[in-house]
Design a protein around this ligand. Structure first.
Ligand SMILES: Cc1cc2nc3c(=O)[nH]c(=O)nc-3n(C[C@H](O)[C@H](O)[C@H](O)COP(=O)(O)O)c2cc1C
Ligand SMILES: Nc1ncnc2c1ncn2[C@@H]1O[C@H](COP(=O)(O)OP(=O)(O)O)[C@@H](O)[C@H]1O
Length: 299
């Protein structure tokens, strides 16, 4: 997949099938749109995701979004910040200059509530009208539902901020995850408590509340179940950086420097400041039992 961050002009593409949106995290609704443009590859079109927006913290990092879209079969990801040029461009001009002129779209797929152009006046219906005029097909997809509520980035952000990992999975079609290289902590874990693999999450990423979660950690060679704390470790003096540290069940390996992805399954409790290391240790043992029970029941 080609990844292009638009600074000024759009690239010229000879034949494309485009989906437009913010795509802050690719949820189940977004996946439907992506499937639609992938379907057009048979017609000789390049499958193009045009992601418009400039959110500071996002549900997926740019890298995670890139990887996911590539896996889904997208040919080109155009990342377009909402700069003055784009925000002031009239919807008609956006269609004429960008969709028709630059991208030579033969097909456009958008969700029913998509808005674009100056004052957000561009609508899916307007795309349809211009499609008839310029000769591109437009498909308007209804929002995917979760029960009676429409799936949206706002919905996912809300559930994430509550630590509802099960709902996150249901809406996104994938677990919330954090990845990175295993870093050195202060080495206190294995001495006084439990050994933990420490990751520093990307600052781009929207995080669930600080606390303890049941998780699965994927390393290159191996997969481990475990429990993870997200937070600043107030009991042991506190850290400046938000850490993600995992005690892996049935693991005795040295994992420093290895790349790892931690998938979050369930929230157990908020991070707490304990009065002693012994009190924290007792709690960690209880957390570990809950984690092990969760995986036993899952089988
Ligand atoms: C499952 C789990 C739960 C934790 N919960 C807390 C907590 O509630 N409060 C806290 O201050 N630290 C908590 N910690 C962090 C420990 O204080 C930390 O792992 C220990 O101090 C080792 O730190 P180090 O890796 O920097 O040596 C938790 C760690 C794990 C693995
Ligand atoms: N069961 C386990 N869970 C997590 N890490 C483990 C485990 N067994 C061994 N390790 C190793 O121990 C290291 C963590 O030890 P720890 O005392 O917590 O040090 P640090 O403060 O550097 O995290 C991990 O990086 C990993 O290489």
């Amino acid at each position: 997949m080609e990844y292009i961050r638009i600074e000024n002009d759009f690239p010229r593409i000879t034949h494309s099938a485009v989906t437009l949106g913010k795509f802050d995290g690719i949820h189940r609704g977004h996946r439907k749109l992506v499937e639609k443009i992938i379907g057009q590859k048979e017609e000789g079109a390049q499958a193009v995701v045009l992601a418009l927006g400039n959110a500071s913290r996002t549900i997926l990092t740019k890298e995670e979004r890139c990887r996911l879209l590539e896996k889904l079969g997208v040919d080109i990801l155009l990342e377009c910040p909402l700069n003055d040029r784009i925000r002031h461009m009239k919807a008609e001009n956006f269609i004429k200059e960008i969709l028709v002129g630059d991208l030579q779209a033969s097909y456009v797929a958008v969700g029913e509530d998509f808005r674009f152009g100056f004052e957000r006046k561009g609508t899916p219906q307007m795309l349809k009208e211009y499609g008839r005029k310029y000769g591109f097909d437009v498909e308007i997809l209804p929002k995917e539902m979760d029960g009676r509520r429409k799936i949206s980035s706002t919905f996912i952000r809300e559930e994430l901020s509550r630590g509802n990992m099960e709902k996150f999975h249901a809406l996104m079609g994938m677990d919330f995850s954090v990845e990175g290289e295993v870093e050195h902590g202060r080495g206190m874990g294995h001495k006084y408590l439990l050994p933990t693999t420490n990751l520093i999450p990307s600052g781009e990423k929207l995080m669930p509340p600080n606390g303890v979660y049941i998780t699965v950690s994927y390393f290159k060679e191996r997969t481990y179940q475990g429990i993870t704390n997200i937070g600043y470790k107030p009991t042991v003096g506190g850290e400046k950086f938000l850490g993600v540290e995992t005690y892996l069940f049935d693991c005795h390996e040295d994992l420093y420097g290895q790349y790892c992805r931690v998938d979050f399954k369930k929230f157990l409790r908020p991070e707490q400041k304990f009065t002693s290391l012994e009190a924290l240790k007792k709690q960690l043992e209880k957390d570990a039992v809950k984690g092990q029970e969760y995986f036993r029941k899952e089988k």
